[in-house]
Design a binder for this molecule. Structure first.
Ligand code: ATP
Ligand code: MG
Ligand code: MG
Length: 880
């Protein structure tokens, strides 16, 4: 049994609304073997992984999987459950799994959920699955050793978002704000387009860099705040031992020595009263320090976010309490066994460590046995990163203290800050600073990018949702950070509709981000050239702060193999669903194709709009799919046949549709009809001879209207669309002397049929020559169907091969096409040519005056280059 390949579905996908991996498993020697065929397998496996007893499986209740295991199930299915269980055991909380046949005996696809915030590049899913396969094989072989998961657990913990980041993510999700995490960093992208904001722990994209630098330098902070009259302990910077000792002299003891640029309590020394202690602390802190009077009182942290005190905590330095029996070392071990404590910042508390010097000061060693109730301090400061804990005191903060903290934050120019104070009590007002008098309570330091854990998980008191406060600071109430977005799918016309929709939106003043098969465009400019119909491209647009509305061509390949690049859109367009790509990626029938494309409709938000082709029988079925939940969405039909029963009924119920009537494009709502423009004015529709272009136009108009474009603007902008420029190569007509050349990208039976119907209407039968290539990755019967469509409509054909053979030997596609065409129309004249250039040249040679040459291409640029060399010019209309 072996993992053959694994792909990551980074967004909602056909299996699940959350990310997942799909792993292809080859059972090999285990093909056809069931668990019940291996004596003792179930018992051994349950001994190794007792948690499997809780798995539901198809039965929907705990124990469901165990009965499958006993009754006999395949090892692919077992590996799926074992993988989920291993995942749980390392604290990676996922539960969805499914195993489906990959269409051949012994090959299965395992679909296994991934945590939403795990990077799509993480290797954990693969390694967990490998561990699962290894474990299943070892149990088959009769072994019962428990798996060793320490490495995987450590990696999962390292890659997972820490508690602070998680609190921000959770708060954003609760408000419907889209969140993306960058790999395994704490850097988050919240919202889309121009509403997009960045957060990196408690730092936002508006946190002042100057503020961070000031807070990072304790001496500068000191100066700024002291000048502003903020109470701070007397003291100052020292770069030499004599300087430091001079401070001790002046202040008397006890003093504090801390690095000028330090943080997280590192190298902070308290309780220093002798020159030796000060000198040692000075060197330990890196010889660039602050020496200041140690204030009496308690340690507090006040968290200010966007002009508001959102949390306050009292901080208690790491310590253990004796019980009269355990040694210091044992007591520490006990504290660290708390599962809330982890290394660094990975969990809500940090593990404590033993500092011999600190124990020494208390007259103790690791082996001392403190008396019952005796406190042994393990750190000087209350920082959580040195093992400290916190008590929530948010409700006790005296208004004077709160005002002081807001003022301090503002003085440094920060939006988020953690103010450290040392006070007798946070509920008492602070005495104002008096000249000449000693400061006895005040601000110790200011933290830009403060830690949040102490507020999220206080040892005592209420937890504070500080993640929510940070999200509120970035997104005022009522804003979900989204921009208008439309996804477009279907077998044909996606790129055309996407481009036209983007064009129609221009009058709304919104800068549009557009993804299509050809490229990614922002505000009409190409920013990235590639087949951009998958989730990465969608993310590229949605993540760009220059974008105000997104138009996303969303194709089958990306949908199926990578999932969606978004959670919801406002509008989903389905142009049509016809035979293409069957036999690829496990899609056998049009029904399978419809199932995949339905995802775009499913992921339209409640209250959003479905723009659907009423003339397409498969598209019509979408509204009755339970997962589409059409009842929660607005359906807008478009179609060339105003008499379609779905349309008639829809209008009778007061619905909206985009239709044709008496040569006009109409918006119909209930009984009301508004004429928008004449069909004859639709660019690229050749006076209506290209009904598929009319249909695409209706779809784009409906989509643009749903995104807020006005009726007038839409009608006007349609007429301004220039297909030869704005949608080159999808039905572009050229004149070359007395011959016409029609350049088109049809590569499936429906597309070729649509185009050839147009040519027939414009030029009549027997006037059409074709230069044809077809993609080699299509199934033979689809290529044959294309050949038949062509044979029915043209009399002379030049066949050539794509440059990219897509898995077929050269010449195979043309041979197949030729055979099918001949079978369909024996008198058809066909020749082969080497490459696009030769094919087009040959087709032109075969054309008689008044004929049209259809050029179907793989790559557009060489066709356009050749035509321009030959002196062809674009023609808006067909010759009469
Ligand atoms: P792809 O799957 O390659 O991305 P697409 O769906 O984006 O294609 P377009 O690039 O807009 O489709 O158009 C490709 C070709 O499909 C056109 O050149 C035309 O031949 C045909 N076509 C476009 N719209 C339709 C339609 N509504 N019905 C049938 N065929 C169409
Ligand atoms: Mg296609
Ligand atoms: Mg396309």
């Amino acid at each position: 049994m072996k993992i053959e390949r694994l792909r990551h579905l980074r967004g909602p996908n056909v299996y699940l609304s959350r990310p997942a991996v799909v792993a292809r498993l080859r059972l090999g020697e285990l093909t056809g073997v069931e668990t019940s065929d291996v004596t003792g397998f179930a018992e051994r496996l349950l001994r190794v992984l007792p948690g499997l007893a809780e798995h539901h499986c198809a039965a929907g209740a705990p124990g469901g999987f165990v009965s499958r295991l006993r009754g006999g199930t395949y090892f692919g299915h077992v590996s799926e459950h074992v993988c989920l269980e291993l995942s749980q055991l390392i604290g990676r909380d996922v539960s969805f799994g499914r195993t489906v046949s990959a269409g051949e005996p012994g090959r299965y696809d395992l679909i296994i959920e991934c945590p939403v915030d795990e990077s799509p590049d993480s290797r954990l899913p693969r390694d967990l699955l490998q561990a699962a396969v290894d474990l299943v094989l070892s149990v088959i072989a009769g072994r019962t050793e428990k798996p060793v998961l320490d490495d995987l657990a450590a990696r999962a913990e390292r890659e997972a978002a820490g508690p602070s980041t998680r609190s921000i993510i959770a708060a954003a999700r609760r408000r419907g704000i889209p969140v993306e995490r960058y790999d395994d960093l704490s850097l988050l992208r919240l919202g889309w387009g121009n509403r997009r904001r960045l957060a990196w722990a408690a730092m936002t994209d508006r946190t002042s860099g100057v503020g961070i630098d000031i807070a990072g330098d304790k001496q500068v902070t000191r100066r700024l705040l002291t000048e502003a009259g903020v109470p701070m302990p007397t003291g100052g910077a020292a770069r030499t031992v004599p300087d430091a000792l001079a401070w001790l002299d002046r202040l008397g003891g006890p003093v504090v020595v801390k690095p000028r640029q330090g943080h997280q309590g590192r190298h902070v020394a308290l309780q220093l009263s002798t020159p030796e202690q000060v000198e040692r602390a000075f060197r330990a802190a890196g010889a660039d320090v602050i020496v200041e009077r140690q204030l009496a009182g308690r340690d507090y942290r006040v968290l200010v976010v966007a002009g508001e005190v959102v949390a306050a905590a009292e901080r208690i330095a790491a310590h253990v309490v004796g019980d009269g029996r355990g040694t210091v070392g044992e007591l520490v071990e006990r504290v660290n066994a708390d599962p809330r404590r982890g290394p660094g910042h990975s969990r809500v508390l940090t593990r404590v460590t033993l500092e011999p010097a600190l124990l020494d000061r208390q007259g103790l060693t690791e082996r001392s046995v403190p008396a019952a109730g005796q406190r042994v301090w393990l750190a000087d400061t209350g920082n959580l990163s040195t093992g400290g804990t916190s008590l929530d005191v948010t409700d006790d903060v005296h208004p004077e203290v709160a005002r002081l903290c807001l003022r301090v934050t503002a003085l440094l120019g920060l939006d988020i800050a953690g103010i450290d104070l040392r006070l007798p009590g946070i509920g008492e007002p602070l005495p104002p600073v008096e000249i000449g008098a000693d400061v006895t309570a005040g601000v110790i330091e200011v933290n830009a990018v403060p830690g949040l854990r102490m507020h999220l998980a206080p040892a005592r008191g209420r937890a504070r949702d500080v993640g929510d406060a940070i999200v509120r600071a970035m997104f005022p109430a009522g804003s979900d950070g989204r921009i208008p977005a439309v996804a477009i799918t279907g077998t044909n016309g996606k790129t055309t509709v996407a481009r036209m929709t983007a064009h129609l939106l221009a009058d709304t003043g919104l800068r549009v981000g557009l993804t299509t098969t050809d490229d990614v465009r922002i505000g009409g400019r190409v920013v990235f050239r590639a087949d951009a119909t998958g989730p990465r491209s969608a993310q590229m647009v949605l993540g760009d702060p220059g974008v105000q509305a997104a138009v996303l061509e969303t194709a089958r390949g990306g949908l199926l193999n990578r999932g969606l690049g978004y959670d919801w859109t406002d509008v989903g367009v389905l142009t049509n669903i016809t035979a293409d790509h069957l036999g690829q990626d496990g899609l056998a029938t049009i029904e399978d194709l419809a199932h995949v494309k339905a995802l775009v409709a499913e992921r339209v938000r409640d209250g959003g709009t479905l723009v659907l082709n009423a003339d397409d029988p498969w598209v019509r079925t979408l509204v009755s799919r339970p997962r589409v939940r059409a009842d929660r969405k607005r359906v807008v039909w478009f179609g060339l046949d105003a008499g379609q029963p779905v349309v008639v009924e829809h209008l009778a119920r007061g619905g909206t549709a985009y239709l044709l009537e008496d040569g006009w494009v109409l918006q119909a709502t209930g009984a009301r009809r508004t004429s928008l423009l004449r069909v004859a004015e639709i660019p690229g529709a050749y006076g209506g001879a290209a009904p598929h272009v009319v249909a695409n136009t209706l779809a784009a108009m409906a989509a643009a209207r749903a995104l807020g474009a006005s009726q007038d603007a839409v009608a006007r902008r349609v007429a301004e669309f220039d297909p030869a420029v704005d949608n080159a190569g999808r039905g572009t007509l050229f004149r070359l002397g007395d011959v016409s050349v029609f350049v088109d990208y049809g590569h499936n039976p429906a597309a070729l049929a649509a185009t050839l119907r147009t040519l027939h209407r414009l030029w009549g039968a027997d006037r059409c020559v074709a230069a044809l290539t077809l993609p080699g990755d299509r199934r033979d019967d689809l290529i044959a169907a294309c050949a038949q469509v062509v044979a029915d409509a043209v009399t002379r054909v030049v066949l050539y091969d794509d440059e990219e053979p897509r898995g077929r030997p050269p010449g195979e596609v043309p041979a197949l096409v030729e055979r099918e065409m001949r079978a369909r129309r024996p008198k058809l004249f066909s020749v082969r040519a080497e490459g696009c250039r030769a094919a087009v040249t040959e087709a032109l040679r075969l054309a008689r005056p008044g004929d049209v040459v259809l050029v179907v291409y793989e790559k557009l640029a060489p066709v356009l280059a050749l035509l321009s060399e030959l002196g062809a010019v674009v023609a808006a209309e067909a010759p009469r």
